[in-house]
Design a protein. Structure first.
Length: 243
């Protein structure tokens, strides 16, 4: 069964850094599991962070601008073509780790047949993986325009100040109806310890669940950060790490 994690929040909050950190955490603790990284951010920052200049996207398939690696096979139905095209744009990051980028997405009120076919094909693709990590544009609404997918854990990444936490509350309000029965929580990022109690109080006032906090780490791959993420992961609505 596929477990899904979506990182949402203000641009610059650290969504992409945490997406990659959780990838490292999952690879360490579930080494045999398959993982799909979905770059759902218009800036394609996740792709850039892997040193990949993404030219082929889900939008490219729909718009007819995709540059295929091979010739298009003949005799395919539209559904078969979309499924084949999605396979063509998947980027292998490492063993058991793939990535795909969406870029622009089509509104749900678009009635062109390819929109439903694409959503069905993406659902089928996602179901093949043990874990899927979505690095999102802002909230779950933009992701939901791409695909109807139950989100097991929606993580709002926020800085620890009144303005950003108030924005996190707005993001939570706009995202809840797309989170289905999953859990939604906040990770306070790049926090100074003396500000933690203030941040926790603000989150409580907005009725937001604090999953955990991360200090300002010079190296986002350091051992201390990974230890902190393991604690945060233990509070999440996901398959747990065996001790």
């Amino acid at each position: 069964m596929t477990s899904t994690i979506a990182f949402i929040g203000k641009s610059g909050s650290g969504k992409t850094t945490l997406s990659k950190a959780f990838l490292k955490l999952l690879r360490k603790n579930f080494p045999q599991s398959s993982i799909l990284m979905v770059d759902n951010d218009l800036t394609l920052e996740l792709s850039d962070s892997f040193g990949i200049k993404t030219r082929n996207t889900i939008y490219g398939i729909k718009s007819g601008k995709h540059e295929y690696k091979t010739g298009i096979p003949e005799g395919m139905s539209k559904q078969e073509y979309i499924e084949w095209a999605l396979e063509d744009i998947i980027i292998e990051i490492d063993e058991n780790v793939d990535m795909i980028a969406s870029w622009f997405v089509t509104p749900k009120d678009c009635h062109c047949p390819s929109t439903k076919l694409m959503r069905d094909s993406l659902s089928k693709l996602i179901s093949r993986y043990d874990f899927v990590i979505f690095d999102c544009e802002y909230d779950l609404k933009y992701l939901n325009l791409l695909i109807d997918c139950p989100i097991d854990e929606a993580i709002i990444v926020s800085k620890c100040n009144k303005t950003d936490i108030a924005l996190a509350a707005k993001i939570a309000d706009s995202s809840r109806k797309y989170a289905y029965d999953g859990q939604m929580g906040v990770i306070l990022n790049k926090i100074e310890k003396d500000k933690l109690s203030q941040g926790a109080e603000l989150l409580n006032n907005f009725e937001l669940y604090l999953l955990g906090y991360l200090e300002k780490f010079d190296n986002p791959d350091c051992e201390k950060m990974m230890e902190t993420l393991e604690i945060i992961y233990s509070r999440m609505n996901l398959r747990q790490i065996e001790s």
